[in-house]
Design a protein around this ligand. Structure first.
Ligand code: C2E
Ligand code: CA
Ligand code: CA
Ligand code: CA
Length: 277
């Protein structure tokens, strides 16, 4: 067999070309998707596991392409972010989500609604104004709106981040740190940010009850949240054992396939849960 030189880099390998082409393809299709309104929102219930009621939902973006394929966000959020298209898509998400929240409340369901923010959206100086306008126009009650950001968005320019968080809080919404535990948070840094909720990342939940380490980490995050007066939510709960562990450790707000996948609005009525009213 022919030996390959150690320093042979395959910059122009078909693989890399393919990746670049795929990116370009997605970019063009995304522009079209924005023009043609090919996005929709799914909603995953947030359950209170003390009484198994739905206390809220998380908004999750989907791209429904003309050929009827449903594309999950991790396949296109990166491209949407790097092209800046996420700002437009993100504003649409907030509109759509706030209309959903208003509809739920007018039906007597006093649920909360969590909305994921992208880095670009969060760093946009206009975000608080945009949110304020949407709240006013849709009649959504800000006390039931939760914006989810990740730890990495809070690093870097922390003064700017704190300022942005305060501007949002002024509107009456609450703030959540998503994927908590996967970044570089510390107690001292957490204290500086005006957040209301921590969402324990699925990676710490998925191996409960086999992984003792993960169980210790989850218990520690819950205890820390309690000490700091923060709500705590566990994501990615897939089994009854995981739910039992969380309940035993006083984490009562959970999301996960064990309870429900994210669903389109018209499918939510099929769920067999009492909804908070
Ligand atoms: P995330 O915010 O951490 O959302 C949770 C993801 O885990 C969702 O994937 C959800 O469908 C999935 N999930 C929920 N329960 C379970 C479970 O029990 N097991 C497993 N294996 N997965 C579960 P999805 O909808 O594909 O979203 C992936 C990521 O894309 C989200 O992670 C979020 O970072 C991003 N994303 C989704 N929607 C939006 C959005 O509207 N705006 C922005 N900026 N990002 C979004
Ligand atoms: Ca989230
Ligand atoms: Ca998450
Ligand atoms: Ca996650």
């Amino acid at each position: 067999a022919k030996a390959r030189g150690k320093n042979t880099f395959h910059f122009f390998s078909p693989d890399l070309n393919e990746a670049a082409n795929e990116r370009l393809l997605i970019e063009n299709q995304l522009r079209e998707a924005v023009r043609e309104h090919q996005f929709l929102l799914y909603y995953q219930p947030k359950i209170d596991i003390r009484d198994n009621t739905i206390i809220g939902y998380e908004t999750l973006l989907r791209w429904l392409r003309p050929d009827n394929t449903l594309v999950p966000p991790l396949r296109f959020i990166g491209v949407a972010e790097s092209t800046g298209l996420i700002v437009q898509i993100g504003e649409w998400i907030i509109w759509e989500a706030c209309r959903f929240l208003s509809r739920q409340h007018s039906r007597g369901y006093t649920v909360s609604l969590s909305i994921n923010l992208s880095v670009r959206q969060f760093n946009d100086d206009n975000l608080p104004e945009i949110v304020e306008r949407i709240i006013k126009r849709t009649g959504a009650d800000p006390a039931y709106l939760i914006f989810e950001i990740t730890e990495s968005m809070l690093m870097g320019d922390t003064d700017a981040a704190i300022n942005q968080l305060n501007q949002l809080k002024r509107l009456g919404v609450s703030l959540s740190i998503d994927d908590f535990g996967t970044g570089y948070s510390s107690l001292s840094y957490l204290k500086r940010f005006p957040v209301d909720e921590l969402k324990i990342d699925r990676s710490f939940v998925k191996d409960i009850p086999e992984d003792r380490n993960d169980m210790d980490i989850v218990a520690a995050i819950i205890a820390m949240a309690q000490k700091m007066n923060l709500r705590v939510v566990a994501e990615g709960v897939e089994t009854v054992e995981q739910a039992d562990f969380l309940r035993k450790n006083a984490c009562y707000q959970v999301q996960g396939y064990y309870y429900s996948m994210p669903l389109a609005e018209q499918e939510l009525s099929r769920l067999n849960f009492v909804i908070s009213s």
